[in-house]
Every structure is written in C-alpha cells, then in structure tokens.
Design a protein around this ligand. Structure first.
Ligand code: SF4
Length: 124
C-alpha cells in the first residue's frame, strides 16, 4: 500500500485576486503563506485570465481550485469560472470582517484569518 497522500499540495492550486487594495494584497500574502506552509501551490491567475494554454492545462490537472478574493467583486473566482474552472474552495477577505482600504501595512492577523479559513475548507 502506498503511503503517498492522495491530496498532495501540488494538486491544490491557489489563486489570489492580488488586487490593488489591502484586501487584495492580504489575499496574495495568504496565498504565499499557504504555499510556504505546504498547504497548496500559489498559481498565476493572470495566466488563466489571459487564456494561456500552458496555464490552463496545468490547472486542469488540479484536484482543488482555491480562489482567494479580497472583496465581493470576486475577481479571482469569476476569472477562473470564465475560463471554465469549477472553484472548489473560496474565501472573500471582507466577508471575514476585514475592511477594504488602501493601507498596505497588512496586519498578520488578517492574513492568518484568511489562511485559517482556507485550511478549514481544505481540511489541512
Ligand atoms: S476581488 Fe476586490 S480586491 Fe480583489 S481584485 Fe477584485 S476588486 Fe480588487
């Protein structure tokens, strides 16, 4: 019997919206932190939005598609859905009570809150 986990981090792709606000950058940093922790793999939303074949094909191989959005505009989720992907896990930073602004001094507790929500959804 194989000891290999059936849910490897590389099978979990993480797409933050990376928007131009505190919550967009909280989403981005959460994607970085989750990747560094081995929870999943940060991936290029812009490559998906540009419909670049190599990005689309790689994403098709993923078991879980995680979208991290800063606000209710849900740009990451909509970009993925526009490209034909089913978003399996999704969090919106403002839904967690984080106020949207343009102060880029990001608070670690806000980033951790987003990470925790995704970890809970993934069971990791
Ligand atoms: S979801 Fe909100 S924060 Fe993210 S890119 Fe869209 S408008 Fe900007």
């Amino acid at each position: 019997m194989s000891n290999t986990c059936t849910c490897e981090a590389t099978e979990i792709l993480i797409f933050p919206c990376s928007g131009g606000s505190n919550v967009g950058q909280i989403a981005n940093q959460a994607g970085v932190d989750l990747t560094r922790a081995g929870v999943g793999k940060l991936y290029c939303l812009a490559g998906i939005g540009g419909h670049l074949d190599s990005f689309i094909e790689s994403a098709k191989a993923a078991r879980r598609i995680v979208a991290i959005d800063g606000c209710q505009a849900c740009c990451a989720k909509k970009t993925l859905e526009h490209a034909g992907f089913n978003v399996t896990d999704h969090v919106v930073a403002t839904d967690l009570g984080i106020k949207k602004n343009h102060d880029f001094n990001l608070l670690p507790e806000d980033i951790n809150m987003v990470c925790s929500d995704i970890r809970r959804q993934l069971g990791r």
